[in-house]
Design a protein around this ligand. Structure first.
Ligand code: C2O
Length: 518
């Protein structure tokens, strides 16, 4: 039985009757079952530029909660058609597994010789926007409905939207058994709640929000969190806890931690190689994409890159006619998003949209240029470990004077950098970062000392390369005010599992931590 059929049988509750529980576990944990061995696309020739369907109307992508019954049915039908195609014609690039594998082969180069990686930097937002567009067009064409639009999962608007959207919890084409989150699970505080979102959405710098160019290895604030932790949470809400939700085959070591996070049944969304095998992936990314637009209009936001290396970069996909096409980044930005892609994001109807705070423009003396303040820099790597990891350094007066100026508001002048963060490809990480709070713990609330969350979603154990990232966090005025009062700079890295518990292990290392002016 192929995996998907097996899984849908499981979703319908008939599997337990067919097979004993331990046999199911053995099957699901058998190496090689969960991850695609080769997720590269069907053979193709040279790509041609996509033809945008500019004659179809510009229509709203709505919150899943704002869909009416008909629209939910349409969404289910479209995914059902895509799943059916995958069964009847597995090599058709428009089928479900082929669609899911598009994400896999653009991730970490584990399966594709072209070695593409669209995570961890400035390709992240535009690539996923393009992917959503072709995916939406394919779904629409499979049900012969050019007015079909994706729906977004607005985990950030209402507290009761921080759950897997109900239509994705119902049996049918939107359901995925390899998902840990159950109907009563809520995304924990610290990820999508207003205080956390306000910090992320208030990030001003282009690289700090969107991620840096490939030479920087810098993942943007939106990718780090909420993006990563929502993936990890959806895959498995309570790592290491038992009993696992029905349908999960989470292999636990005696210590309660996963042996290999990419080789078990509960984690489609929690591993990049399999994330797009859960339909909720596309609702999650539609929200990330919507928030990119929100950020662009937020006062203080420094907007898109102007580099031609970014703007002219092509991404390849199969379109709804089965043609191998390319879309450039510039094709999907600003007015072109609507003109070419034919959607707008409808505000969540039921809730107040996230309002980013207006940056207070205060006239202030210019801060003096000072050398970066290096907290840690060693030729060897430093292990973060599983407990809060604190490093401290005396702050020279010149920095404190500058921080005091910045505390008054105005342009953001300081950033905290953590460079050379490295993880094996089969491990995920979530690390909350604090400054001026040497006693910060996993329970410390979001406040002036919190600068942000760094995260990595496991690529998949078949992916060859370790994940290497740099992280940057802007120092907000309230954070500068806190730091200006302290003669020692304390940087605290707090690793945690998605359920807030201490990780059983962590291979995360880094090379350098420093505070610098921008
Ligand atoms: Cu391509 Cu949400 O990951």
């Amino acid at each position: 039985m192929d995996r998907r059929k097996f899984v849908s049988a499981l979703g319908q509750g008939s599997l337990g009757a067919m097979m004993g529980l331990s046999a199911m576990r053995a099957w699901a944990q058998a190496p090689g079952h969960e991850l695609p061995v080769d997720c590269s696309p069907p053979a193709h020739g040279a790509a041609t530029h996509i033809t945008f369907n500019t004659s179809v109307p510009i229509l709203p992508r709505k919150s899943v909660w704002d869909l009416d019954g008909k629209e939910v049915t349409r969404l289910q039908k479209a995914y059902q058609a895509m799943r059916d195609l995958s069964v009847s014609s597995p090599s058709d690039p428009r089928g479900w597994m082929q669609q899911a594998n598009v994400h896999c082969f653009n991730c970490s180069g584990g399966y594709d010789p072209s070695n593409v990686e669209i995570h961890g930097g400035w390709w992240f937002l535009p690539w996923h926007r393009c992917y959503l567009h072709v995916h939406e067009r394919i779904l629409g064409s499979l049900i012969q409905d050019p007015t079909f639009r994706l729906a977004y999962w607005d985990w950030d608007t209402y507290p009761n939207h921080a759950i897997v959207p109900p239509p994705f919890m119902a049996q049918g084409s939107l359901w995925d058994s390899f998902r840990g989150a159950g109907p009563s699970d809520t995304i924990p505080v610290g990820i999508t709640d207003p205080a956390s979102m306000q910090i992320v959405m208030g990030t001003q710098g282009t690289a700090a929000f969107m991620g840096g160019d490939p030479s920087q290895g810098l993942s943007g604030a939106i990718e780090n969190s909420p993006h990563g932790p929502v993936h990890i949470w959806t895959g498995e809400t309570s790592p290491g806890e038992s009993p696992e939700p029905p349908g999960c085959f989470f292999p636990n070591t005696p210590g309660g931690q996963p042996v290999d996070q990419s080789q078990n049944g509960c984690l489609d969304m929690g591993v990049l190689a399999t994330a797009a095998q859960d339909p909720v992936f596309f609702a999650h990314h539609s929200n990330i994409d919507r928030l990119w637009d929100v950020w662009l209009k937020t006062p203080g936001s420094q907007g898109y890159y102007k580099d031609s290396a970014w703007l002219n970069h092509p991404f390849n996909f199969y379109d709804e006619k089965g043609n191998w096409i390319y879309i450039t980044v510039a094709d999907v930005l600003a007015q072109q998003e609507q003109n070419n892609l034919r959607y707008t994001y409808q505000q969540p109807q039921a809730s107040a949209p996230l309002m980013a705070t207006r940056a207070t423009q205060v006239r202030q003396p210019k801060p003096k240029a000072v050398k970066p303040l290096v907290v840690v820099s060693t030729p060897r790597t430093t292990r973060v470990g599983t407990k809060p990891h604190v490093r401290s350094i005396a702050v020279p007066l010149a920095h404190r004077t500058n921080l005091k100026l910045l505390a008054a508001g105005g342009a953001r002048g300081y950033e905290l950098h953590i460079d050379g963060l490295t993880l094996p490809p089969n491990e995920s990480a979530i690390v909350s970062v604090f400054v001026g709070a040497p006693n910060a713990t996993r329970d410390t609330a979001v406040g002036p000392a919190f600068v942000g969350t760094f995260s990595v979603v496991a690529s998949g154990s078949g992916h060859k390369h370790p994940t290497m990232r740099n992280a940057v966090f802007e120092v907000r005025p309230e954070t500068a005010a806190l730091l200006a009062k302290q003669k020692t700079l304390h940087v605290t890295l707090v690793p945690k599992l998605i359920n807030g518990k201490e990780p059983g292990k962590s291979s995360l290392t880094y090379k350098k931590i420093y505070l610098t002016q921008r």
